[in-house]
Ligand binder design. Sequence first.
Ligand SMILES: [Mn+2]
Length: 316
Amino acid sequence: MFEDIIPLLKKKARFLVTSHINPEGDSTGSVFAIADILERLGSDVEIVCQDNIPNDLLFLNKKWKLSKDIQSELNYDWVIAVDVPSLERVGDVIQYIKGDNIIVIDHHISCKKFGKYNIVDEKASSCGEMLFRLLEELELEITEEFAKYVYIAIVTDSGSFMYSNTGAYTHYVAGALIDAGLNVAEINSKLFNEQPLMKLKFVARFLENSKFVNNNRLAYSVLRQEDFISLSAKKNYTDGFVNMLLSVKGVEVAFFLTETEDSKVKVSFRSKGNIDVNTLANLSGGGGHKKAAGATFSTTNIESVVNSILERISLN
Ligand SMILES: [Mn+2]
């Protein structure tokens, strides 16, 4: 899979590694995993992203710089963008990206392949899973740290091995990581059993606001800035909320709208039936995967966004 870039990765060089805004488990784990590989190959690596890593992943404790803290030009030979389907998704980091020396490693069906090299595997559960394949192709050792990075990427992006993007290879990788000494119970506990109480209260608000229509085949919910403020909720609390709607019997499509701090409406789509939500998100300038996608609308009129989405979903 990586044969085109392996010779290039083996040459000691300076790499800028980045991912998308509002990073989650896959982007964080994958950024660390590729940085770890490059460092082991003897290269200089700088990780620069627009936003900080999620609070519950701070225990990973690897150097991660914010673009706003960079004072001067960045000198590098190659940019590696992981889990980034289009260049704008890197946010502020875009100011440091000049030229066509970009390597894209991604698994989004909507990937715009904006790099000089594009390694895109739409079937992969996560970019972390792809980076495990890179490690195998390079015949490098699975260290304890690397195992953590890849496992976090996979378990978060595959919905704990439940989404349809979970393949035999996904489980093979998890098995190999466990063989290499990964403590799965400990890491899952860190990821899923140390949630802030306020997040649970925010879940309650999300469920209160939810609506089930079309004989419960369609579900959606909304969280506005006033909800975030009244419950002191952080923006990343909502990660995974939309899946709760999809977990209900009969629901085929779910979407979740959040009013952002900069007065836009962000929508996450999920499907467990035949509806392709990537296409649905494309119509609004977004994208993602067939069963999970997102889009952002430049408006504060949530009702009009809801109505336009409802009009576009045809359940036969
Ligand atoms: Mn991903």
